[in-house]
Design a protein around this ligand. Structure first.
Ligand code: NAD
Length: 464
């Protein structure tokens, strides 16, 4: 681990499994309460000078950290594939992309607002950092989603203790090592551990804020735990995103995009299309195209050439997805499957399209977070908007149509934090991203995301 700028071993370890084989291939440190305390203490000490370090210098160091990620993207991507499962070239894209994302965040400077500048008084509102940030990341985009937190938190003048998921600790631990030469000791700490470490962190009184990405169920526990010390929270949680396909689309053009919007990263994306509503007049034609793409898409070990989709990332998630598939089979739903998957102890699930299941079936109502896509027919736009919005989630959605005015009108009625028209999965560092309803609280990215790591301070200066 990286605590106070030093390499710190733990007396216990947690196993790390390669999801493509089901075999344990490494051990990661299991952080103790004393080591967590040491990380928080070190971050508190470092905060005193880091918050007073000129922002240009903080931005320069975050930029340098981004350079290091880019330089080490090839090395890290091999490790990434072993622990996360995604094919190496796609893993490279995440790490290289995270470096570039850090560069973009390093361009942002929080505003200073002059409220009054008169003979009587001068009043300005500026933004100050919070203190020590507890950053908790999931396993689906372990590097990217961690850096979404680390970059703005550090630029804002906070210090950080970062915890990766127990399922994907290795790349993050290695990044801790790589950044040791960049940030002063204590500014950026990385610890890892099992299921107990998250709650130990969220209940630790030394943190000023928790920035959490993970499931809605865990997010609610995090908020409860944070309430005791009134810790600030940003929660990026689950989604059950609907895409609406109108009858005027060019099917050959959109099928591939819709397919990867649903199945990229083996469908383990918070903003993946998880319910596909298709106008009845083009339903069969789009379904057949999607099934044909599924049959041509190689699912396998991400370290093998030609693999497009890897395994489910961990056994717990694999069992959840299998349970959902069992339920779909038992309730008589029609499942259309893609290419065969390896039968070797890895957590593989074939790409599965569920043919027009009832709206109230589990596969429609629950976030699968695996390659099971329910396709549903609709007749009228008003009806499908209601069906899309009838969810406790509100993360993202998509509309597909050549009639962009109509698509925009529909997009404005979708109750989610992000809506795409004729594209999907596109996010950018300068636009706020967050969930409505049970999909989250607060935002990441954009100026709003940076300001979530700060608090306003208004200074009144009397004159005359
Ligand atoms: P998870 O909630 O199981 O775990 C997320 C992280 O929280 C892990 O690091 C875990 O160790 C930690 N954790 C677990 N229990 C905790 C507790 N009680 N207190 C504090 N921390 C705890 O989620 P996951 O299975 O790793 O990730 C998948 C979920 O994340 C999906 O629901 C997905 O939609 C969501 N997600 C959301 C976004 C977003 O930006 N909105 C992005 C990616 C994933």
């Amino acid at each position: 681990m990286t605590i106070d700028g030093k390499s710190v071993p733990a007396s216990k370890t947690i196993p790390v499994t390669n999801p493509a084989t089901g075999a344990v291939f490494a051990a990661a440190p299991d952080c103790s309460q004393e080591q967590l305390d040491a990380a928080v203490d070190s971050a508190k000490r470092a905060f005193k000078s880091w918050k007073n370090t000129p922002i240009e210098q903080r931005q320069a160091l975050v930029r340098k950290a981004g350079d290091i990620l880019i330089e080490h993207a090839a090395e890290l991507s091999r490790l990434f594939t072993q622990e996360q499962g995604r094919p190496v070239d796609a893993a490279f894209m995440e790490i290289d992309g995270a470096g570039k994302w850090m560069h973009a965040v390093a361009e942002m400077t929080p505003p200073v607002e002059v409220i009054e500048d008169s003979d009587k008084q001068f009043v300005e509102t500026r933004y100050v950092p919070l203190g020590v940030i507890c950053a908790i990341a999931p396993w689906n985009f372990p590097v990217n989603l961690a850096m979404w937190k680390v970059a703005p938190a550090l630029i804002a003048g906070n210090t950080v203790v970062l915890k990766p998921s127990p399922f994907t600790p290795l790349c993050t631990l290695r990044i801790g090592e790589l950044f040791r030469g960049v940030f002063p000791p204590g500014v950026f700490n990385v610890i890892s551990g099992g299921d107990e470490l998250g709650p130990m962190m969220t209940s630790h009184p030394g943190f000023a804020k928790i920035s959490f990405t993970g499931s809605s169920a865990t997010g609610k526990k995090v908020m409860e735990s944070a309430a005791r010390d009134l810790k600030r929270v940003t929660l990026e949680l689950g989604g059950n995103d609907a895409a609406i396909v109108l009858p005027d689309v060019d099917l050959d053009e959109v099928a591939q995009k819709i397919f990867f919007g649903a199945f990229y990263n083996t469908a383990q994306i918070c903003v993946a299309t998880k319910r596909l509503y298709v106008h009845h007049s083009i339903y069969d034609a789009l379904r057949d195209r999607l099934v044909a793409i599924a049959r041509q898409t190689k699912v396998g070990d991400g370290s093998e050439q030609g693999t497009v989709l890897g395994p489910i990332q961990n056994q717990r998630q694999f069992e959840r997805v299998m349970d959902l598939l069992d339920d779909a089979r038992k309730t008589g739903l029609t499942l259309l499957t893609g290419s065969d998957v390896p039968d070797n102890g890895g957590y593989f699930v074939p790409v599965t399209i569920v043919d027009n299941p009832p709206e109230n079936s589990r596969v429609v109502q629950e976030e699968a977070f695996g390659p099971i896509l329910p396709m549903l027919k609709f007749d009228a736009v008003e009806e499908v908007i209601d069906r899309a919005n009838d969810s406790e989630y509100g993360l993202a959605g998509a509309v597909w149509s050549k009639d962009t005015a109509k698509a925009l009108e529909i997009a404005r009625q979708i109750e989610t934090g992000t809506v795409w028209i004729n594209q999907n999965l596109i996010l950018r560092p300068d636009a706020p991203f967050g969930g409505h309803k049970h999909s989250g609280l607060g935002v990441e990215n954009g100026m709003e995301g940076l300001l979530e790591y700060m608090q306003p301070q208004t200074v009144y200066l009397a004159r005359g």
